[in-house]
Ligand binder design. Structure first.
Ligand SMILES: Cc1cc2nc3c(=O)[nH]c(=O)nc-3n(C[C@H](O)[C@H](O)[C@H](O)COP(=O)(O)OP(=O)(O)OC[C@H]3O[C@@H](n4cnc5c(N)ncnc54)[C@H](O)[C@@H]3O)c2cc1C
Length: 476
């Protein structure tokens, strides 16, 4: 198996033994990639700009970790395959698990969802806690080392082969410290959406990847609350999905330690404020006061944190180009999504599974290009959902924005799916399977779904937010 890291480091697979892999970034994608690489290499080094905190708390390198993070069912399954028992561990740490749609009061496509029996489940722990639990497991691996508080500043090697990374202690640039080289046979970029690898490749004389960008202009603001005078909530959470005529969105979800995450979101021109009074006022303008009234009886236990880097951004390392062997990109360094679809952590886990499969496939030599394509394929369904929906958002910008004529009938159909999913449990179940990355989007065109979408009557939906789950999902 160790042969595979050597092969990735060289298109021919020849040369002296090279079995050291370096992963840039110790976020979720980097940790999980390192874990898989350790099955194939003598040594894996994660280089992380931050110092990992001992406790599950926020850190500067993952500024989005103060925003709500849900783990989709596909992500839970992928994580479980990589780190058996991790979901039970997360639950023991207090991470809530919610069924959809029965636990959530959800407003979408201008309607309230029926709270019929759950067909998928989400985990709603905070991002720092999820990272901490995964990190604890991954760093216990015998062949994994971490260089903390060190920043990668470039790649070593040439346009044909990457031979390591250049790094220096964080903050040492001011003191004039020159970067040192950490040699490696394989370098995996998992440094997140702000990855500078395209520049680093250019500096080696290689081609940077083509970048596809689609920015809906969505802005987030989040704060943590205690339920206080809300007592036992009649719902597990509230979810308000924005649309073309109603640009405000909101999420209320429980997290560990009896606290709740409240995230408000708005499209370009409707960004949520980050002061407490403005945050409340924004919530009062949602299509229904259910969340606002909850907030009035709750106690804020954190400041409001804003976040605006939410564009869909995909780097096409899979396309042919003059790029070196021994370099891969994964996680948000490869493909970052509009976070409103809650996909990034799940894709990080699915990508690690894809990496494992590509490196272990006995039928194919795992060349750099082949493995990169496998990582690209793992992120593709999420991109199709996220970028596919965002290209229709009024005011969206970027080079991937232009809707094609051929997309129009598909968009019309998907809009009808979204509407009918609220009241038709079978359509809702099919829709959720796709959104949780458990089934391909093509499954929405299966005859049983298409019949209901195209020819079925407009299903009944509750006129007001349903405060109790339906006892009999098939009653109406
Ligand atoms: C507002 C918001 C909400 C989100 N909500 C969800 C959600 O509900 N569900 C979900 O699944 N996903 C969500 N995501 C996405 C999720 O945060 C990421 O996609 C996921 O964490 C995978 O990220 P990553 O590991 O690739 O990168 P990151 O988590 O960004 O980690 C990158 C790491 O690389 C390190 N690093 C960066 N540069 C260097 C360098 N030069 N040298 C060394 N280290 C470096 C950083 O310090 C960091 O540790 C959300 C994202 C945002 C922005």
């Amino acid at each position: 198996m160790q042969q595979n890291v050597r092969t990735l480091g060289s298109r021919t697979g020849g040369g002296s033994p090279r079995r050291h892999a370096v992963v840039i970034g110790g976020g979720l994608a980097g940790l999980l990639a390192a874990y898989v690489l350790a099955e194939h290499a003598d040594r894996v080094t994660i280089v992380e700009r931050d110092r990992f905190p001992e406790e599950p708390v926020s850190r500067p390198g993952v500024p989005q970790d103060r925003q709500v993070h849900v783990m989709l069912e596909s992500g839970q399954n992928a994580l479980e395959g990589l780190l058996p028992g991790i979901n039970a561990e997360l639950r023991e740490l207090g991470v809530p698990r919610l069924g959809m749609p029965d636990d959530i009061v959800q407003w979408q496509a201008g309607r309230w969802y029926r709270r019929t029996a759950a067909t998928v489940h989400i985990l709603t722990g905070s991002r720092p806690l999820t990272d901490w639990a995964v990190r604890r497991r991954v760093l216990a691996g015998p062949r994994i080392e971490v260089v903390e508080g060190a920043e990668v500043t470039g790649l070593a090697g040439d346009a044909r082969r990457v031979r390591g990374v250049r790094l220096r202690d964080r903050g040492a640039a001011a003191a004039g410290q020159e970067p040192r080289v950490l040699e490696a046979d394989l370098v995996v970029d998992a440094s997140g959406r702000s990855s500078r690898a395209p520049e680093w490749l250019t500096a080696l004389g290689a081609e940077p990847p083509h970048e596809e960008l689609l920015d809906s202009g969505l802005a987030y603001a989040s704060a943590v609350y205690r339920a206080s005078r809300n007592g036992d909530s009649p719902f597990g959470g509230v979810y308000v999905v924005a649309n073309a005529t109603q640009p405000l969105g909101a999420v209320l979800l429980p997290m560990e330690d009896d606290r709740w995450f409240v995230t408000l979101s708005g499209m370009r021109g409707s960004e949520p404020p980050t002061d407490e009074a403005g945050f409340l006022e924004f919530a009062s303008r949602l299509p229904h006061p259910v969340l606002y009234e909850w907030l009035l009886k709750a106690e804020p236990v954190s400041p409001v944190h804003g976040f605006r880097k939410t564009a869909n951004l995909r780097r096409r390392y899979d396309r042919p180009g003059r790029r070196p062997a021994g370099f891969l990109a994964t996680g948000e360094a490869l493909c970052a999504f509009n976070p409103v679809y809650g996909q990034g952590m799940s894709v990080a886990a699915l990508s690690a599974v894809a990496l494992r499969e590509a490196l272990s496939d006995p039928r194919r030599v795992p060349t750099t290009h082949r493995v990169q394509r496998a990582l690209f394929a793992a992120a593709r369904p999420a991109w199709d959902i996220s970028a596919g929906a965002d290209k229709n958002v009024p005011g969206a910008t970027g080079n991937a924005v232009a809707p094609r004529l051929v997309d129009r009938p598909v968009d019309w159909y998907l809009h009808r799916v979204e509407q009918r999913a609220t009241g038709n449990p079978a359509v809702g179940a099919a829709f959720r399977r796709v959104l949780s990355l458990n089934a391909p989007a093509t499954s929405l065109f299966a005859p049983s779904v298409a019949r209901a979408v195209l020819f079925g009557p407009t299903p009944w939906t509750p006129p007001e937010p349903p405060l109790t789950p339906e006892a009999d999902a098939t009653a109406r």
